[in-house]
Design a protein around this ligand. Structure first.
Ligand code: ATP
Ligand code: MG
Length: 447
């Protein structure tokens, strides 16, 4: 209905892209009785922040993913607050508050481990405080403004709904409410310009579409394909954060497929993408299994291990590289170690993976080499390794993906799941394969 109204008054472009306009300033107010968002569904800490800001005379709104997910019947993972108080004013209201960010200054209000992010409304786009790079990317954005200005700075209409704590209504300037009901992902403003301003929005488009099961309209698909290379201008640290959000979204499988479809996967993981193209290794199968398992674990509210996903992404490129070193005469273990460092170095140019995750992946990769060695105390030693469980799970998915390690994976699975009698039998069965000390060969005579 809202869309029909907007179209009638000519406020929607024919393409279905909403013009980013400051003239269009009369919001639709959706009362509490209509939108159905209840305070019971909002986190206690977010409500505390909203009420306290209001008590101090500031406007306080819930905005972004929290509102979007509640309207879609999903459980929001966090709640973002928007206000007309400046970050410094927010800090004066909350003792448990820290200001963060350079490009976007934000206030973080701490409640133990829970953080409520409070953003001050952004102001107009034409300002010296809003600096752009040569390609149009926003470098600094700390001009504050009103809600009516802030709206146009948000990315998608479904992320631009403001839940007003003053009367529990929703403030909708962009038709986001109707778009959510119609399962429509729509950019605020011109998609190409908005992607140039911040290329991360391409990744966000894909994450949201997959998470809420919307399709990517052609108005977004086309500029994504054209501008995908701009991803390389985003800092490696920010890309890591974005990639983590994708892995933890519960829709990693779908996101992986869509990233590949639009050529964005190669911008994030070029070594893996190249490997997928050039070899018949079961990388695709491995990634599919790992992403499906990840989504399943998220659904069951279990934790997921980023190191495990990184292990899967770089496993085959590492093995291939190690093979080239072995062919050049390096021993298998040093070859694997050097290949691991090579690939990590290459990958870090694109995404900066924190040290502890890299270390986790390294251990998973190196332990793969030790699974074959099962004599004497090695099996019990292996099982007491801190990363054994992750490495073992990784061995099982390797086998499941079609890599030629079935015998090894079956043996280990029987061992891990077996009782002591079974374990003894398994060790005994290995007996025949016992490694014999190599007798020193006399130097070869035939030169
Ligand atoms: P989720 O928290 O579920 O990942 P979200 O939409 O809340 O999704 P946040 O990163 O928490 O994402 O951002 C909160 C809100 O800030 C968004 O909904 C959007 O309105 C705005 N926003 C975030 N990132 C951008 C961006 N790159 N460009 C424009 N607006 C953005
Ligand atoms: Mg959020």
């Amino acid at each position: 209905m809202i869309r029909a109204f907007l179209e009638k008054v000519g406020l929607l472009a024919k393409s279905g892209v909403l013009p980013q306009s400051k003239e269009f300033q009369n919001p639709v107010i959706i009362p509490r009785s209509e939108h159905g968002i209840s305070r019971k569904e909002i986190s206690e800490n977010a409500l505390k922040v909203l009420y306290r800001l209001r008590k101090h005379g500031y406007g306080a709104y819930l905005v972004g993913g929290g509102v979007r997910d509640l309207l879609l019947g999903l459980h929001p993972k966090d709640f973002d607050v928007a206000t007309d108080a400046t970050p410094e004013q927010v800090q004066r209201v909350f003792r448990n508050c820290r200001l963060i960010g350079k490009r976007f200054r934000l206030a973080h209000v701490y409640f133990g481990y829970d953080i409520v992010e409070v953003a001050t409304f952004r102001g107009a786009e034409q300002s010296e405080e809003l600096s752009h790079s040569e390609t149009g990317m926003i470098l600094r954005d700390n001009v504050y403004g009103t809600l009516a200005q802030d709206v146009w700075r948000r990315d998608f209409t479904m992320n631009a709904l403001y839940y007003n704590i003053a009367d529990f209504s929703l403030v909708d300037y962009t038709g986001g409410y109707a778009d959510i009901k119609a399962k429509r992902l729509r950019m605020i403003g011109n998609p190409s310009d908005r992607f140039r301003e911040d290329p991360v929005r391409m990744l966000r488009a894909i994450r949201f579409a997959c998470k809420v099961n919307f399709s990517i309209p052609k108005e977004l698909a086309q500029p994504i394909v054209e501008l995908k290379a701009l991803i390389s201008q985003v800092s490696a640290a920010r890309l890591f954060e974005e990639v983590m959000k994708m892995f933890h979204s519960g829709a990693a499988s779908a996101i992986y497929k869509m990233l590949t479809k639009y050529g964005l996967f190669a911008e994030l993981f070029p070594l893996t993408a190249q490997h997928l193209k050039q070899t018949s290794d079961p990388t695709e199968a491995l990634l599919s299994i790992v992403f499906e398992n990840t989504d399943k674990r998220i659904k069951e509210q279990k934790t997921v291990t980023p190191a495990f996903i990184i292990s899967a992404l770089l496993w085959h490129p590492i093995c291939l590289k190690a093979k080239t070193y072995v062919n050049e005469g390096t021993g298998p273990y040093p070859a694997q170690m050097t290949a691991i460092e090579d690939m990590l170095y290459q990958q870090a140019k694109y995404i900066s993976i924190p040290k502890r995750i890299v270390q986790g992946a390294r251990e998973i990769w190196l332990l793969q080499m030790r699974f074959a060695k099962r004599h004497g105390k090695r099996v019990t030693q292996m099982m007491s390794e801190p990363r054994f469980r992750a490495a073992y799970d990784f061995l099982l998915v390797r086998a499941q993906s079609g890599e030629n390690v079935h015998e090894l994976a079956n043996w280990w699975q029987s061992y891990v799941e077996g009782d002591s009698t079974k374990r003894r039998a398994l060790m005994k069965a290995l007996g025949g394969q016992k490694k014999r000390r190599k007798k020193r060969q006399p130097p070869s005579q035939d030169v």
